[in-house]
Design a protein around this ligand. Structure first.
Ligand SMILES: [Zn+2]
Length: 246
């Protein structure tokens, strides 16, 4: 599917589970765009999540980071436009890493690679990622320094993979680097959007008896207008408890 998902797609496809936000958002993107989503590098995935956020009319993403020095909570806006404007890496982008006297080639890790290392410690996970992404016949053992250089080279090739915002603490002026959990924000927005749509279906279906499909197929503005009319009128069938005890 191309273009923006419609209201019916969101209600049908957004998983109402307690699974982690990243699992739910990835499942929705796979349902919308196909399994190729799992072969995307992380930065491309971040951009796709933020575009989806924009397509569903998502609000500005306001985040909070606690200053390590003075514990002040600093609010900041996630720069969605800037993150989406970062150029995507080429699909065949590779890193050539000097290991001893050899040059070893690596591709960028994909969402599938990252899913495979979930639950591992950071050093174990990075070593496993290096082995999975090595394009040469035999993946060499890497020292910590090699792995650090590989991680830096990956980040350079796919800069939207690390969504970090540099701030100055409003209280003590210390430098603060905020990591942004993109999936969490987008999952919150999807929960809010889908809850709102289901509420609208509930209100309109009670008042007019229309089907869920028919209500979700309405343009968003008209759907909201019907809900306003019904709520202004205080339709008794929408509030069955109002009759109780009167
Ligand atoms: Zn501070």
């Amino acid at each position: 599917m191309n273009g923006s998902p419609g209201a019916a797609d969101l209600v049908r496809l957004w998983p109402p589970s307690r699974a982690p936000a990243s699992t739910r958002v990835t499942a929705l993107l796979v349902a919308l765009h196909g399994d190729g989503v799992r072969r995307s590098p992380l930065g491309v995935h971040h951009q796709r999540m933020l575009r989806l956020h924009g397509q569903i009319g998502g609000r500005a993403l306001d985040a909070v980071v606690t200053c390590a020095r003075c514990s002040t909570e600093n609010e900041f806006a996630v720069p969605i436009g800037a993150i989406c404007a970062v150029p995507e890496p080429a699909t065949d982008a590779e890193v050539a890493l000097a290991v001893g006297v050899a040059l070893v080639r690596y591709r960028l890790p994909t969402l599938s690679d990252l899913a495979a290392i979930s639950g591992m410690s950071v050093p174990e996970g990075l070593a496993s990622l290096a082995a999975r992404t090595c394009l040469d016949d035999e993946a060499p053992e890497l020292a910590d320094g090699d792995i650090g250089r590989l991680a830096e080279a990956w980040e350079e090739l796919d800069p939207a993979a690390a969504v970090q915002v540099d701030l100055v603490c409003a209280e003590c002026r210390a430098d603060v680097v905020a990591d942004v959990a993109v999936a969490e924000f987008v999952a919150d927005e999807l929960d809010r959007t889908v809850d709102g749509l289901v509420h609208q279906v509930d209100v309109v279906a009670r008042a007019y008896g229309w089907s869920e499909d028919a209500i979700l197929a309405l343009p968003a503005q008209r759907r909201r207008r019907y809900v306003e009319l019904i709520e202004q009128r205080g339709d008794p069938s929408a509030f069955p408890l109002a009759a109780v005890g009167s």
